[in-house]
Design a protein around this ligand. Structure first.
Ligand code: C2E
Ligand code: MG
Ligand code: MG
Length: 236
């Protein structure tokens, strides 16, 4: 499991982190999720994989807390699992027992597939205090009708609009209006894929709340992430 920090732009501090899973394969080396998540979905093992991820995050979060860092961590949840009542029940049982600060990242496309059941399950997460972030906003299927109903507290603008923010004509317009839209719906906005100081400066002017990307930090293993967090704390 690796962790990538999300920084609060105005407060200049770590707001939360995203958990990103990797497969450390004995002969093929490090494999990124783009290569195995869809295979895990097709093979029916995404439920077990995601429960493993959540347990790992709970474990690592306890280590962060022992060092004095109370950092909410967001786990990516595949669309197929949003329709899986068994998965939702297991997750709720897992999270209701401890003081873990776990949030979920979901895509709108996942909700559009079967909105009634997905919204019911998202409401169950909201009821037990699990914050939901809408991931990859703008990259997949979008529906303002569903966006309005989602119990989400954060909107993450897809990196396809951010990596070329300062060299494109349209991306800044799309990003600024998306930030305004999210704020009107009382959501915080995260820009993912922030790679340059120029992009960060523009996002700050546009009122973007949180930034995530290689400019701030690449995803890091637990110990490297902890070292990053400690360095940030000492810098302040
Ligand atoms: P995502 O949730 O949108 O995650 C962000 C991806 O952008 C990550 O790729 C991250 O390494 C990458 N990234 C971060 N900063 C930058 C940047 O500044 N520039 C660029 N170009 N890329 C950046 P990664 O780790 O390969 O993950 C890919 C996708 O795999 C994730 O997209 C997420 O949808 C999925 N995924 C990752 N972990 C899990 C998991 O535990 N469960 C499930 N179901 N899906 C996961
Ligand atoms: Mg994500
Ligand atoms: Mg994303």
């Amino acid at each position: 499991m690796q962790y990538q920090p999300k920084i609060h732009v105005r407060r200049q501090e770590i707001a939360s982190a995203e958990a990103l899973v990797r497969w450390d394969h004995p002969t093929r080396g490090l494999i990124l999720p783009g290569e195995f998540i869809s295979a895990a979905e097709a093979a029916g093992s995404i439920c077990a994989l995601t429960l493993w991820c959540i347990k790992q995050v709970i474990h690592d979060q306890r280590i962060f807390a022992e060092r004095g860092y109370d950092i909410p961590v967001f786990v990516n949840i595949s669309g197929v699992l949003l329709a899986d009542s068994e998965f939702v029940a297991q997750v709720c049982a897992l999270l209701e027992t401890g003081p873990a600060k776990i949030g979920f990242e979901i895509t709108e496309t996942a909700v559009i597939r079967d909105p009634a059941i997905a919204l019911k399950h998202l409401q169950q997460f909201a009821d037990i205090g699990v914050p939901v972030a809408i991931d990859d906003y703008g990259a997949g299927l979008s529906s303002l009708a569903y966006l309005k109903q989602l119990p989400a507290s954060e909107l993450k603008i897809d990196k396809m609009f951010i990596t070329q923010l300062t060299s494109s004509n349209r991306d800044p317009l799309i990003v600024r209006s998306t930030i305004d839209l999210a704020h009107a719906m009382e959501m915080e906005v995260t820009a993912e894929g922030v790679e340059t100081p120029a992009a960060l400066a523009l996002l700050s002017v546009m009122g973007c709340d949180l930034v995530q990307g290689y400019l701030i930090s690449r995803p890091l293993g637990r110990d490297a992430f902890l070292a990053y967090v400690e360095e940030e704390a000492h810098r302040k």
